[in-house]
Design a protein around this ligand. Sequence first.
Ligand SMILES: [Zn+2]
Length: 132
Amino acid sequence: MDQNFICPKCKGYLNVEESIVLSTGTRTGVKGLIHFSPEIGNYTIKKNANFLIKGGEKYNFFCPLCQTKLASEIHDNLSHIIMIDKDKNEYQILFSKIAGEKSTYKIVGESFEIFGDQQSNYVDFINLSLGK
Ligand SMILES: [Zn+2]
C-alpha cells in the first residue's frame, strides 16, 4: 500500500495490510471493529457477522489505539482521519458516519476531492470551512 492512515490525535497507524481498522458501537452499547478499504471511494467494509449495522443510522468511529472519537468540526455527520501518501503529503479524510451514505472528502490545503454517490451532501460545509 502506498499510503498510510493515522489517527489525528495519537498519530498511530490505523491501517493494516488492506484495511483501515476503526472501532465503533451501536446505540445499544454493542462494540465492534470495522475494516474499511484504504481505497477512497470503495465502501466495502468487513466486520464481525454478529455486529449488526443498520442502514441510515449514525455511527461514531473511534481510534482503536487511543479511543479518541474521530470527529470532524466541519459537520457532526462526518468522521475524520489523516492520510499520508508515499511522498509524505498529508490529507484530511472526512467520511460520513451514516451507514450507507457514501460521502467522502479528501482535503489538502484549500482544495478537496469528493467521492461517493452522496458526495454533494457536505460540500457546502467543507467550502465554508475552507473559507470559500
Ligand atoms: Zn488515536
